[in-house]
Design a protein around this ligand. Sequence first.
Ligand code: GLY
Ligand code: MN
Ligand code: MN
Length: 436
Amino acid sequence: MIKPSEFARRRRELMALMAKDSIAIITAAPERTRSRDTLYRYRQDSDFYYLTGFDEPESVLVLIPGRRQGQFVMFCRDRDRAREIWDGYRAGPQGACEIYGADDAFPINDIDEILPGLIEGRERVYYAVGKDQNFDRQLMEWVKAIRARARAGAIPPAEFVDLDHLLHEMRLFKSPGELKVMGKSARIAARAHSRAMQVCKPGMFEYQLQAEIEHEFAMAGSDFPAYSSIVGGGANGCILHYIENRAPLQDGDLVLIDAGCEYQYYASDITRTFPVNGKFSPEQKVLYNIVLQAQYAAIAAARAGNHWEQPHEATVKVITEGLVDAGLLKGKVADLIRDGAYKDFYMHRAGHWLGMDVHDVGDYKVDHHWRLLEPGMVMTIEPGIYVSPDNTRVAKKWRGIGIRIEDNVAITRKGTEILTADVPKTIDDIEALMRG
Ligand code: GLY
Ligand code: MN
Ligand code: MN
């Protein structure tokens, strides 16, 4: 659990980065309709939650560094006995102060009267510029309300600045408290993948493996999968974002599962690829081991002081060499890399930042250069080889094989910590687990 003191520290740190005489405004995620009058399960906006721990919709967070009457201001829904009987507890403005530590809190219905007064006299407004058109428009209405009173001495803000840069730079570096929760998220997902390997049999449907995976997530107290689970048997494993998961699993095929859970707002993101019948074929073994070696090489390159691109470059090298050795690519390795020939088989990048969002926030370049890896960053490492079923330039025996291996890695002072190490990934370990 992220402690209230950590949410408070984040707000303090953000306010310390903000300019003098500024204000930051952050809105909660909207509720979304799934069909007619049923909603998707609510999930708070990551930025909003990161700074508050508050998970109700229709809320606005305002940070006003240096404001004497209180720097942390919240707008949220009023308590409402009738609505609470149907939809559950609401903190209300009083709860926002007492439970969440706001200095001041107001009903969301009063925001148009109150917020212009808080903005007035502040030179700079930080917010997520252009993320939500409704909010952009609303903000301009509040500014107009201030301008309308200019002759009475009201001073509208002069600058509107994107908040993302400051906030996302903070989110990129995980605290010890965050790493603990991310470790838990990773262990739950690792257990789920092991379970899928243990129960898999030819004739099962992809959605049944999905159900086994998501059962494990839910039983561990995870509220959601971190993204739509991908379970692709055979050539479906070559479709990078395959989420249909309706096909039966065939004897002799591989199945690729890319699934992770969200635990207390932190994502895990694991991919494993294993034989439906428990035994890799010779061709599957060859390609699997290339991907595995590429993944090891990338993990070795993922350490503090190296730059973001180095793990990706390591995967490109190992995969290109491996495809040449196996006869799927022909030519000199250096030329094939330069010309991007490997992209017929490996068309995505080796990974991404991981955190509250599965493709987490944070810049990959600083001043136009790949940024250096530093302790506290968490990333995925996920090379793959996908031989399209209609790739007639390779021998038939390779076609329709799709393989990805993905782990979650934290950069530490001493090296790296593989958060998802609990789930097997060598051929021997996978076959042993599947034999039972
Ligand atoms: N499942 C999305 C990804 O691996 O990036
Ligand atoms: Mn993934
Ligand atoms: Mn990923």
